[in-house]
Design a protein around this ligand. Structure first.
Ligand code: ZN
Ligand code: ZN
Length: 140
């Protein structure tokens, strides 16, 4: 039987759910995520679009963050929630911190590592990836 995990925004106006399994979980250090969330990095999960349900579409505001990407946030409280890209239309990126229950995996890596800030020390031993795609193996 499929396990469903609910999520919501800070104020609760945006509600959504996902069906496990997820496809990926990792920490993004890119400058867009940092500024969008006001944080040194953002932990994302990736879910197949067919396993994602948005219960309150009217509460979500979409923002074109690049020529292929859309970020969306609660129109009331501003919580950043989802990232979608025409480069991979079959999946939805969801901020892990907005899930209300446990998912099926732990963070697997850091990506866009070479864009990171120097005011946070990360020592978790996870693989560090970067380069143009943000996901390429880095030397060292
Ligand atoms: Zn909200
Ligand atoms: Zn990012």
């Amino acid at each position: 039987m499929r396990k469903t995990v609910d999520g919501d925004c800070f104020c609760g106006a945006v509600r959504f759910s996902i069906d496990l399994p997820t496809l990926f979980c990792g920490h993004c250090h890119c400058s867009m995520c940092r500024r969008n969330h006001g944080a040194p990095f953002v932990t994302w999960i990736v879910v197949a679009r067919g396993q994602f349900r948005l219960d309150t579409p009217d509460e979500l505001t979409r923002f074109a963050s690049s020529d292929h990407g859309t970020r969306s946030f609660c129109r009331r409280c501003g919580s950043s929630l989802f990232c979608e890209s025409t480069h991979h239309p079959d999946v939805v990126d969801i901020v892990l911190a907005n899930m209300k229950g446990e998912i099926d995996r732990r963070p697997e890596c850091h990506f866009y590592w070479d864009d990171r800030v120097d005011w946070v020390e990360v020592g978790d031993g996870l693989p560090r990836r970067g380069g143009v795609t943000g996901m390429e193996p880095l030397p060292g």
